[in-house]
Structures are given as C-alpha cells and as structure tokens.
Design a binder for this molecule. Structure first.
Ligand SMILES: C[S@@+](CC[C@H](N)C(=O)[O-])C[C@H]1O[C@@H](n2cnc3c(N)ncnc32)[C@H](O)[C@@H]1O
Length: 305
C-alpha cells in the first residue's frame, strides 16, 4: 500500500481536495499558534504530509503579522514525495531558507529530528496503513492481513457493534503518534485535521465510516475513538471536535463548502456570492440561505503533553 500511494504522490498530482488551501483555517491556526507560543525562546514546527505546501504558505503569511513569533519559528515539512518536497520548497522560498526545511520521511518510521513544540497534519494519517477487523467464529479476524489475531482492543470495539460489522484501527497512525510522543516537548501540541468518525451512531450502518477508500490511492477513515484511547494510553491529553467548531472558535459564522477546486470555509456573504458555483455543486437553496446546516465528517483532534 505504501508503494502504491508513493507512486501516486510521486507524480505530484493534486487530485485530492482538502481544507489545507483554505485561508480561514490556516489563519485561525496561525493566530492561535502565535498566542500559545509567544513566550518561547524557540518554536519548532513539524508538518507531516505537506503536499504542495499551501497550508504552510498561508500559515506563515499570516504569522508574519506577528514579527516576534515569526522570527523564532522554525518550520520543517516532512513528506515521502520528493516532487512535493521540491514544489513546497519553491512555494515557500519567499519566507527564506534559514527557518524552513523540507525533510524526506516515510511514516511511521522514527522521526529523524530531536524535538518539536507544535505538530500539524492535514489529511495525513488517513493515508497511512490501517487494519480492518471483524469477528469470525467468535475470534478476531484481521481482514487486511487475512488472519486471526488475539487483539483485545479490536475485540472490545467489535463487542459494541452489531454482528458482521468491521472496524478500522489506524495501526500506522498509532505508531506515528508513538514516535511523535518521544520527541514532543512538555506543553507541546499536536493538531490533526482529518476525516473519519468519532462516535458509533445507532441505528448503525455497518458500511458507514468504517470503509477503506480506494480510488487511485488507498485511504482509511480515522477511527478517532481508537486514536483518542491510544493517545490517552501514552499519557497524553486529547480532545476531538468538528473542524467547523475549531475554525469558528477564532472566527465566527463560517460554513464548510466544496467547490471544484477545493474545500473552503465561507461566511454567509461569501456563500451568497458563490451561489451559482455552489448550486452547480449540488448545494440547495436552503443551504445557501443558511436555513439548513450540513453535517460533515471533518474533525480536528488536539493532543497535548
Ligand atoms: C492527502 S495528501 C494531503 C496533502 C496536504 N496536507 C493537503 O492537505 O493538501 C497526503 C500527503 O501525505 C504524503 N504521504 C502519504 N503517505 C505518506 C507516508 N507514509 N510518509 C510520508 N508522507 C506520506 C503524500 O505525499 C501527500 O503529500
């Protein structure tokens, strides 16, 4: 799977839509970041799965408004696509080379740097290998590896679900978090922006949210329930909220929308201005007027030491 995804990304193709390009979310992040770390002597940031580097560009553009914090920030970008690393370097060249570094890295390996204050990941964990479990003959069966396993965690999880359900446990994301924890300083923070599920809803549709998505590359939904438990087992603090909630905690009145060139947050005026585009995309008149709100599956997971 890693090989397949690496081939896909090494073409440097950008046919995934993520919120990384969205100005509101990177601005919200930069404002909050500056407040949190303003008293540090140094601030080391790691971003994993940087793609084209668009998030980092928007983030640093906003951070520049706070010269003190901007000067102290060292921003490292990790990816296994050399093509993306090269284009990121170019995109960020306006921010100077001294404080920016691109690092070739294949997750969930050990991270080849010493310490970090702030970690950022935008739709990165869902690209990492996960295991999918079900119960067969009263035993835990690993569908991906095609074998029975004694896995108490998977068993406990499957007990909560109707017979024949399957459940994703994000094995490599958990290993990656284990590696991050070794390098995260006390008071350090990890922000994960990704899609998946954070609760088990009833009536339960066994094919909902627990599936591997396989287009040109393989992705897995994040089982935030499992990742929260894993983070707590490492002694870390954690909460999960809707991404909309996060972005609206700094701004307000923003709603998530999808257009042909990406995922964005827009306020009511911006939604009205883009109404023709959004209607073509399938948004209803009542969404545009704000009469109904749409649920989405994008989450923000915050972990801190
Ligand atoms: C869905 S893209 C998201 C890119 C960017 N964060 C964004 O939101 O636009 C996933 C990124 O993770 C990188 N990636 C995927 N699996 C990886 C792995 N095992 N190790 C390192 N990088 C990986 C890909 O090259 C790609 O840049």
């Amino acid at each position: 799977m890693i090989r397949k995804n690496k081939q896909f990304y090494s073409k440097g193709k950008l046919n995934f839509l993520t919120f990384a390009n969205d100005k509101y979310i990177s601005r919200a992040n930069a404002i909050e970041f500056a407040n949190r770390f303003k008293h540090n002597d140094e601030i080391i940031v790691w971003e994993f799965g940087c793609g084209t580097g668009q998030f980092a560009l928007n983030f640093l553009d906003e951070l520049k408004n706070n010269k003190e914090v901007y000067k102290k920030t060292q921003y490292l970008l990790f990816d296994f696509s050399k093509k993306f690393l090269a284009s990121t370097k170019k995109l960020l060249s306006g921010h100077g080379h001294k404080n920016i570094e691109t690092v070739y890295y294949e997750a969930p390996d050990e991270i080849p740097r010493d310490k970090v204050h702030y970690v950022r990941m935008n739709e990165f964990w869902d690209d990492l290998y996960a295991d999918i479990y079900t119960m067969r003959k009263g035993k835990v069966y690993n569908i991906e590896k095609k074998k029975y396993e004694s896995n108490p965690g998977a068993r406990e999880f499957l007990k909560l679900l109707p017979d024949d359900s399957s459940v994703v446990l994000n094995t490599s994301a958990a290993k990656h978090l284990f590696e991050l924890n070794k390098k995260l300083v006390y008071s350090g923070v990890i922000d994960v922006f990704d899609y998946g599920f954070n609760e088990i809803e009833l009536p339960f549709d066994t094919s909902l949210g627990f599936v591997k998505r396989e287009a040109e590359h393989v992705t897995y939904d994040i089982n935030f329930i499992y990742m929260k438990a894993f983070a707590r087992a490492l002694g870390l603090n954690v909460y999960v909220e809707m991404q909309d909630n996060y972005v609206n905690s700094v701004f307000s009145g923003l709603r998530a929308v999808e257009t042909e060139d990406g995922l964005y947050y827009m306020n009511d005026n911006e939604i009205k201005k883009n109404k023709d585009k959004l209607k073509l995309r399938g948004y209803s008149q009542s969404f545009i007027t704000g009469a109904i709100k749409e649920e989405n599956e994008y989450y923000h997971m915050r972990i801190w030491k």
